[in-house]
Design a protein around this ligand. Sequence first.
Ligand code: HEM
Length: 578
Amino acid sequence: MLATITRLFENDYDEDGFRTCSVTGLNIHRSAEVHVKLFGLTAVIAMIVGGLFAFSVAMTRWEVVGLIGEFEGYYRHLSMHAWNLLIFWMVFMEIAVLYVGGPIVLGRRLPLTKVAKAGWGIMVAGALAVNYFIWTLSGGSDAPLLTAYVPLDVPLGFYGGAILFLLGATVAALPFLVSIIQQKREDWNGTLPLVAFGAFVTFVIAVQAILGGIAAFSYAFIWQAGIIDTINAGIYRQLYWIIGHGSQQINLLAMITVWYFLTHVVGGAVVASEKVSRTAFIMYLFFINLGAAHHLMVDPGLSAGWRIFNTSYAFYGAAFASMIHAFAIPAGLEAGRRQRGLGGGLFGWLTSAPWKNPIFASTIFSIILFGFLGGITGVLMGQMQLNMTWHNTYATVGHFHATVALGTTLAFMGLVFFVIKTMFQRNFISDRLALLVPYGYAAAMGLASLLMVYIGILYGVPRRTSQVVSNIIGSEFSLSAAEPLFLILGPMTLLAIIVGAVFVLVAVGSLLGGSRTTESDAQALLPQGGLVPDGGSDSVHAVEMRGTFTLCLVFMAAFVTLYVLNWFLLTQLWSIGA
Ligand code: HEM
């Protein structure tokens, strides 16, 4: 077994430790590749653990099954689900994304490999501690859920584990920073490639988020340790959301970086405008952190002015940046494919795309569903007035499953498949099963997220309760009208979990039993006409992008319709108690 695992980290390198990737043409150093594999594999293990708890959580909320009672451990299961998926699966993947975006794209060694390993070790220790302290909660302790809000009686070790994990992530990110510094030292006037630039902005935002997280959990830690007598719940919440939402911003930026990378290497996209895309990344630096304020919309200590500014005006700076990417990425795909002569009609560039390639399909479904479902719902619920109909309902759960569980997870699944093919150099054990993953997961999770939103907005079903349809504990209020929607939601969540298990089966099975890829397998991954289009003499601006323009109009129409609909639903609330 050990020999099999060791073999996974081997490839043919020249005497300097480099090899040329036959798909991307990048010069890859062994040190960078080995660490991408290490962090990627660890992320998949976290996903398996979190996925097991997705089952128990989803089968509890589907009250026909009603697996676990409120006081029989439901919150413990929900905490395991959230921490393993939202934090550990995502952050381990993100360090891998940094190493791809930095040393691999720049064709450099990974510097400070011992620091990278130490970072990995500290992250693993932190993740194990968090899991341990959640799972072994004693009778008097409360499950922390994702937020670990004070003054819940959360074990001290939990906060210690969370701090350790965040410190580990900082240590693991350092080699990435050093690789960027080395690159700039050698070529001060040169511009970083867009993917490396995106990874760098991700890094900066990650540092801000992590510092906030360390501050929040340290504050709670010293209170739980008895070093300070009292703790201010409002200040904790402010500090917490720097990491709570900040980690979603890391997810968003890493995912967008992956979109640019994968649409290029497997779809043939070009960059429609370097300046515009880079400006959009820079806008995130200034505006996206303010978006975290939308979690504090009902907090009593904050003035309405503060909330309106941070959750509306400043937040729209980040939404505008996202819109730019939402146009730039499909536009680049359209331009690149039209340059190859693959673009007849309005959507020929899209219909002729490699839809049978699971890496491409994962990336495109991630872009579409993140935008239409996650993005639109995020702007709606991030708006102060509309938030009143969303807050703490199941609709919130629908929004963040559309963003992270659907959009980001699909993009990262595509990246894992790409790494299996190009770095582990293994074929999939079954191409059909691999293809089932993006289609099945997008359909099941997409529908599940949509239903969660409906159930929350139309019926006001709350989040974080194990039993609501048959009985809201301590209330006479009946939500049984939502029951028929749960009859569709339940099977959809089950289907999403089954497809998630198929992803793990294909990924792990291919690593252990997949045949070695050959030159022709590698070439088959590339877009028709190769990585650089032959007919690419036309400037990208001379190529039509009317397909993308039409898609943007459709998006705009959906956005306006849902915005108006949500305001309409809000007006309906005013009749309560009349
Ligand atoms: C097949 C996949 C999944 C299913 C069926 C599923 C199901 C659920 C359900 C039903 C809840 C609501 C619990 C409640 O409010 O009572 C929930 C909560 C949550 N899920 Fe998922 N989930 C899945 C995947 C994911 C993924 C991939 C992520 C992150 C990347 C994620 C992150 C979360 C978080 C952060 C919460 C909220 C925890 C809290 O309230 O503290 N889930 N999930």
